[in-house]
Design a protein around this ligand. Structure first.
Ligand SMILES: CC(C)(COP(=O)(O)OP(=O)(O)OC[C@H]1O[C@@H](n2cnc3c(N)ncnc32)[C@H](O)[C@@H]1OP(=O)(O)O)[C@@H](O)C(=O)NCCC(=O)NCCS
Length: 371
């Protein structure tokens, strides 16, 4: 059996959660187009859909939201551990440590199979952890969660202490919904592999966070921002991008293992951003860089079908709402928690331990060599 580098094209599971149609550029969550959900549903409604398989009635949604609100308060043990962590730590390392702490001490949280209660609690708490440590690292006192705000609005509120503008909530909600779930990507797969050993929820999520942290996966949006800042103006774009490609560097925010056409999430975010900041010179620069980069990628990497991916416009969204760049990957993580945990529930419901093989290409002892 030949090995497949990067497991490209290997089907590792059947799933009812999402269809990632890379040839036609469609993303479907349990029978609904993700871009429609992003425009018309809340984060909580979409999470309910992914976890339970249907959209909630108003009454169910109200009860469900109450569970999220109850899960937002930082437990005292976690708060003490967060206080000990150096302020200069990167936020993904903070999140990995925080989830690990949550997985200690309380047997109901670490039991197999993972429970709905634990999944909601972990997902609801993530923005509180980010906001707490972010404010602490700036010498600011923490802002308690706002019980009347939804998940996304409350995240922005806990970061700034101000009720966020509706347009900011709208665009961040759209991004969070579009980034919530995406099939068998590296972080989701990592979590499913850990859970398949009948390990606990926290251990599986720590694996997912570790995978998400890498620049080829969740670390791309801050790199995109860095690239656009370096380019600075439209007239410098082509020269800069040519230099990057000629020296063998990758353009952050372009290319995708599955999408060989436009990433539908990037297109949806570009549309929403056009409404929000069409006059903004930085956004105009981003649109120009996208076009120039796609043209140049076709020249420097012919036949590879490299187009813009979600991370490029995720950077535009997060910059427009003034989210600090070092919170980009952590914010992506706060939304992807829903997809990860939906996959973990699915894995637990039909579990078989993952155990692929490798092809040995090293030396054989003399006794085993064929003459
Ligand atoms: C996303 C990504 C990791 C997918 O990787 P992959 O499916 O393993 O694709 P490969 O690494 O095999 O790349 C295939 C070819 O396209 C090139 N390529 C892929 N993405 C590229 C990019 N962003 N810029 C320049 N070249 C790129 C590779 O250099 C390779 O060229 P080669 O055939 O000459 O060796 C890759 O496209 C990438 O690194 N993108 C930039 C990071 C990013 O935006 N990540 C967020 C993803 S949502």
């Amino acid at each position: 059996m030949a090995s497949v580098t990067g497991l490209e094209g290997v089907i590792a599971a059947e799933t009812e959660l999402s269809l990632v149609d890379g040839q036609n550029g469609n993303l479907v969550y349990r029978g609904y187009e993700a871009k429609e959900l992003a425009l018309h549903k809340s984060f909580e409604e979409t999470a309910y859909l992914l976890w339970y398989g249907s959209l909630p009635s108003q009454e169910t949604l109200n009860e469900f939201k109450a569970q999220w609100v109850a899960g937002r308060t930082l437990p005292a043990t976690l708060e003490s551990v967060l206080d000990l962590l150096p302020n200069e730590s990167d936020m993904m390392s903070i999140l990995r440590t925080a989830i690990s702490v949550l997985g200690t001490g309380d047997n109901t949280q670490s039991a197999w199979p993972p429970s709905d209660k634990a999944i909601i609690a972990y997902t609801a708490l993530l923005p509180t952890i980010i906001a707490y440590k972010y404010r602490q690292s700036r010498g600011l006192s923490p802002i308690a969660p706002h019980t009347d705000l939804d998940h996304v609005a409350n995240y922005l509120y806990m970061l700034t202490g101000e009720i966020p503008q509706p347009s900011h909530v709208k665009v961040l909600t759209a991004y969070f919904i579009l980034a919530m779930e995406h099939g068998m990507n590296a972080s989701t797969f990592a979590g499913r592999v850990v859970l398949s050993t009948q390990s606990d929820l926290a251990s599986a999520l720590c694996a997912s966070i570790g995978a998400m942290k890498g620049p080829l996966h969740g670390g791309a949006p801050s790199e995109v921002l860095h690239m656009l800042d370096e380019i600075g103006s439209k007239d410098r774009a082509e020269e800069y991008l040519r230099n990057q490609l000629a020296s063998g560097k990758r353009l952050m925010g372009f290319g995708h293992r599955i999408y060989k056409t436009n990433d539908p999430r990037a297109e949806a975010l570009r549309r929403i951003m056009t409404e929000l900041s069409s006059e903004d010179p930085w956004f105009e620069l981003a649109v120009h860089v996208e076009k120039t980069a796609v043209d140049l990628l076709a020249v420097y990497k012919p036949g590879r079908n490299l187009y813009v991916n979600v991370e490029f416009y995720a950077a535009a969204v997060m910059r427009a709402i003034e989210l600090p760049p070092h919170l980009f990957t952590a914010s992506f993580t706060a939304s992807r928690m829903v997809g990860w945990t939906a996959h973990l529930l699915e894995q637990a419901s039909c579990n078989r331990i993952f155990r692929p093989q490798s092809t040995y290409i090293g030396e054989l002892p003399v006794s085993l060599r064929q003459s």
